[in-house]
Design a protein around this ligand. Structure first.
Ligand code: PGA
Length: 253
């Protein structure tokens, strides 16, 4: 099956409001509008409403990097999926390894966040991936299987069809050491086989699985040409319009 690729930027906690506007304007002006892939950016929460109102009519879709499990309540400092929906956000990254590491998110919590996002029509981008120690001890398949199982297996057919998965080996994030296209393809094919067993061929075939971890203009083509890699979740390189545009082009090759 031919799946439409997604090139998603994860800005993390970078850029001022002015820098955010400038970068999005550069991306919007630089995109080749004949290219057929989905272009998404996850900026910090506080810029989303402004960026969506200014650039929501371009091909770029805007999303958040996290949301809370509940719709509203006395949860100081949190932002809900309901709130994100009310400003016309399109998607939300959930379970990023930095959220797991620094904010102690577990797959149980992430599963609740996925349900909250789906309830408010946000497409969840569910991140999974092993640490270096886990890969070195050959536990990477087991770890990723566990993550996929706990966060996704009890979704119904309609819910799982709306999920985008991002395989992000922790050792590749922000390190400049990307997984080779063979390593990434091997894990993507494994994830798809898990989905096949749990949800059937048609659903597994349609789910988009992105690779993330040091994707750069010089390695994007090799990664995106793999049969089970349906685009990328891009951190550092998505902050620089020229690099992000070049990665978007790579996905069209
Ligand atoms: P990176 O980050 O591209 O800077 O490695 C990827 C991510 O954290 O999603």
């Amino acid at each position: 099956m031919k799946r439409k690729k997604i090139i998603a930027g994860n800005w993390k906690m970078y850029k001022t409001a002015q820098e955010a506007e400038t970068t999005i304007a550069e991306i919007a002006n630089g995109i080749n509008y004949n290219q057929q892939n989905d272009v998404w950016t996850a900026t910090p929460f506080i810029y989303l409403q402004n960026l969506i109102s200014r650039f929501g009519n371009t091909t770029i879709k805007f999303g958040a990097q996290n949301c809370y499990t509940k719709d509203e309540g006395a949860f100081t400092g949190e932002v809900s999926a309901k709130m994100l929906q009310s400003i016309h956000c399109s998607f939300v990254i959930l379970g990023h390894s930095e959220r797991r590491q620094y904010f102690f998110e577990t797959d149980i919590i992430i599963h609740e966040k996925i349900l909250a996002a789906l309830n408010h029509n946000l497409l969840p981008v569910y991140c999974c991936g092993e640490t270096l120690a886990q890969r070195n001890t050959k536990k990477h398949f087991e770890i990723v299987e566990q993550q996929i199982k706990e966060a996704l297996y009890n979704l119904n057919a309609d819910q799982i069809s709306k999920i985008v998965i991002a395989y992000e080996p922790v050792w590749a994030i922000g390190t400049g050491v990307n997984a080779t296209s063979e390593q990434a393809q091997e894990m993507h094919a494994y994830i798809r086989s898990l989905l096949q067993t749990q949800f059937g061929d048609a659903i597994a075939d349609a789910i988009r699985i992105l690779y993330g971890g040091s994707v750069k203009p010089n390695n994007a083509t090799a990664l995106f040409s793999q049969p089970d890699i349906d685009g990328g979740l891009i951190g550092g390189a998505s902050l620089i319009a020229k690099d992000f545009l070049s990665i978007i082009e790579s996905a069209s090759e």
